[in-house]
Design a protein around this ligand. Structure first.
Ligand code: S3P
Length: 176
């Protein structure tokens, strides 16, 4: 396995519901890095929830805030595992900048699994909250197809149904 210089930053990307935050927390613990969830970082700095931001200012402003707080995190010192939002790598030049600053991992899951997970967690996600189960499937399928070309540029693609978290942690410990 080829060794890479231990990155100061490890990023997790993938569709909503792909488990970026829960894997991110385990990964941070295993590597002894801090853990940051970009969505929570935005909410705590803006002092309002994502649904409130989307509701009052719309997605476009949210994307600007996402870009701004991502850049702010990149400037800070210290080792971090950062769970990105589902769309972060698909806007502006976020993907290039993320890859320049750290190691990007894509958590890949099939549409069916994503829909099973997301049907129970729609309320807190502004892009999904008004969708029926049937519409959810079409929406996830379409959006994933559009986002795949971005996600698949990650340094490492993890098939989350196949690779157990411990296996990934061991692999990363070896290559870093
Ligand atoms: C979004 C995903 C969300 C959040 C926002 C937009 C997206 O993050 O950033 O609601 O565009 O896919 P999670 O992937 O953590 O749910």
């Amino acid at each position: 396995m080829r060794k890479v210089k231990s990155p100061d930053l490890v990023f997790l990307c993938g569709f909503m519901g792909s488990g970026k935050s829960s894997l991110g927390k385990s990964l941070a613990r295993a590597l002894n890095y801090d853990f940051i969830d970009l969505d929570h970082y935005i909410e705590s700095n803006e002092k309002r929830s994502l649904p409130e931001i989307f509701q009052s200012d719309g997605e476009q402003l949210f994307r600007k805030l996402e870009q701004k707080y991502l850049r702010e995190l990149l400037k800070q010192k210290g080792n971090k595992v950062i769970a990105l939002g589902g769309g972060t790598v698909c806007f502006f030049d976020n993907l290039e900048i993320i890859k320049e600053h750290g190691y990007l991992i894509y958590l890949r899951l099939p549409v069916k699994t994503l829909c099973q997970r997301l049907s129970k967690a729609r309320k807190e996600r502004p892009l999904l909250k008004d969708l029926s189960d049937k519409d959810l499937h079409v929406f996830v399928e379409d959006l994933l197809e559009k986002r795949k070309p971005f996600y698949e540029q990650a340094h490492r693609i993890v098939d989350s149904l196949v690779t157990k978290p411990e296996t990934l942690l061991n692999e990363l410990r070896k290559i870093f």
